[in-house]
Design a protein around this ligand. Structure first.
Ligand SMILES: [Fe+2]
Ligand SMILES: [Fe+2]
Length: 364
């Protein structure tokens, strides 16, 4: 029973070992099944033989083998039905199939390949030829399985890395939030309120749960770049000079660079960089207009200005919320996205409640 394939197997034990762990399912009439089992079993394959097409269909779906050896000689359409079932089931779609015929005519040949058979063999083929074909198909099966495993491993790795990055960003956000709260309670509260208003607006605009959550988490970081601005300018009483204002504007770019360096999510970076851009192009730092400004920044922009107007600062009095609403939706309306302003109007009561809850001192 020796042939070149067997010699190959003995000389290179590694592939032989791999092949011998494969499970072959032979679905064939009894005499062909017995013959094929006799040819293949001595080589260490786990061979299962079924001669009932109905039983075969159930078995393949439940315990897909590494190679299906299928007789094309079953009466009626049985062989083709099995083949169709294999190729339409997501789990067995890629299963290698070797098909046997008493004799191969062109009609069978064309039909078999149209149905996705990998190889066809004449029942009268030599043992060595049958084993060689089985070996080739099992190698293909092994490569497919290896690729599938590698794909799964990479997908898992990507998921893990994504989770790690989210965790890094979240801890950065938490640390920066805390730093701001410790250095300035008023600023800390402002950040929280802007986050909550922004979240309400994002929900009203139906931006999808993932983006809404990102806006809620990253909106507090809109002014994170102020850590790079001189304390004298941040705390100056009275109006800033032109130069000081130019310096203050840099907090957008500084925040963006800081978050980018921390590998923060693009939503966080966009908010930091673009929250002072205006819809009519009169904002800073890049004079973006309309939809050039990312939606997350268009939202935070409304939330930020509203909160600034109704908050008392050392250089100005607080405005009443209803007055601030009027100001934003009328004289300042060109600064903002009309859709965001609509959401602001629809959810204004809720936004005013957030202010009351997180501050407790309605403007005035
Ligand atoms: Fe800002
Ligand atoms: Fe702000």
């Amino acid at each position: 029973m020796s042939d070149n394939g067997e010699q190959d197997r003995r000389q290179t034990p590694s592939p032989g070992h791999i092949l011998s762990t494969f499970r072959l399912l032979i679905v064939a009439e009894r005499h062909l099944g017995t013959k094929l089992t006799g040819i293949l079993s001595p080589f260490g394959y786990h061979v299962t033989c079924i001669d009932d097409p109905n039983v075969a269909r159930q078995t393949i779906g439940l315990m897909p083998p590494d190679l299906l050896i299928l007789s094309g000689n079953f009466p009626k359409e049985e062989s083709w039905n099995i083949l169709r079932a294999v190729r339409t089931d997501r789990i067995t779609q890629q299963l290698p199939v070797l098909m046997f015929f008493h004799s191969i005519d062109s009609e069978n040949e064309v039909r078999a390949f149209q149905y996705g058979v990998d190889e066809i063999v004449d029942s009268s083929s030599q043992d060595i030829a049958i084993r060689a074909r089985v070996r080739v198909l099992l190698r293909i099966s092994a490569y497919r399985r290896r690729i599938e495993n590698e794909k799964r491993r990479l997908e898992l790795r990507v998921q893990e890395r994504t989770k790690e990055l989210m965790e890094i960003t979240f801890s950065t956000v938490a640390a920066l939030e805390k730093a701001a709260e410790f250095s300035d309670h008023e600023t800390g509260q402002h950040m929280n309120r802007v986050a909550e208003y922004s979240c309400v607006l994002a929900r009203e605009l139906d931006l999808g749960s993932e983006l809404i959550e990102k806006i809620r988490v990253y909106a507090p970081l809109h002014d994170v770049g102020k850590v790079g601005i001189s304390h004298d300018i941040l705390k100056k009483e009275g109006i800033l000079s032109a130069d000081e204002f130019e310096e203050m504007k840099r907090h957008t770019v500084l925040g963006y660079e800081l978050l980018k360096a921390a590998r923060a999510d693009p939503v966080a970076c966009n908010i930091a960089l673009c929250h002072h851009e205006r819809f009519d192009g009169s904002g800073y730092p890049n004079h973006l207009q309309a939809n050039e400004i990312p939606i997350e920044a268009r939202i935070v922009s409304v939330a930020d200005v509203f909160d600034a107007l109704i908050t008392k600062r050392h250089y100005k009095q607080a405005m009443r919320p209803d007055m601030a609403f009027l100001c934003i939706t009328s004289e300042m309306k060109n600064h903002f996205d009309a859709n965001v302003l609509r959401a602001f109007a629809v959810r204004f009561d809720e936004i005013r409640d957030i202010w009351a809850r997180l501050d407790g001192t309605l403007g005035g």
